[in-house]
Ligand binder design. Sequence first.
Ligand SMILES: [Zn+2]
Length: 197
Amino acid sequence: MKCLKCNKKSCIKISTNYFCKNCFTEVIQKRIRKELRITRVIKKNDKILIIDDGSYNSKNSVYLLKGTLKNLPCEISIKKSHYKIGKKIKTNANKIIIPWNLDDECEYFLYCFFNNKKPKYLGHYKLDKKLYIKLLLNVTDSESRKFADIKKFKYKKQKKEKSLINECLDVLEKEHPETKYSLLRSIEEIKKVYNEI
Ligand SMILES: [Zn+2]
């Protein structure tokens, strides 16, 4: 199949469209820029800490954040650490970028939903007056891995097996492209409802 944008040989399929390496990385960069523009989670003079757990999500976050901010004066630092949702990070930064993608968000939400737990940390969330930002919230796990491979980033191979929820989501996504994005839109609506209660 040929790339939707430039007609070169494609290497990845996003929902029903095919893209070459260059156009694919542009699509991802645009998506990140759009998310930051719409949500305005990063502002001038922010102190931003990126959590580096060695995964492709962290490596991509460093690259994409630096590429997106360009002329916006911000202080960026990187801390090697594992991360679990809801974990408090000690830092003097006011914004923290966590290694988290669309698949993680869908899994977290459905896990809470199936277990009757309140999903406290949907989307970008505040904890102890610090904003935890999911830079790759609109990027699926397979897109994130592909991006890191194209950019030739060195990352730790994940040892943990996929959860049953994620396996189910992958099957649904295959049958119905954009399932994960649709779920994300629903999660955003649900978050608004929670915030109003
Ligand atoms: Zn192309």
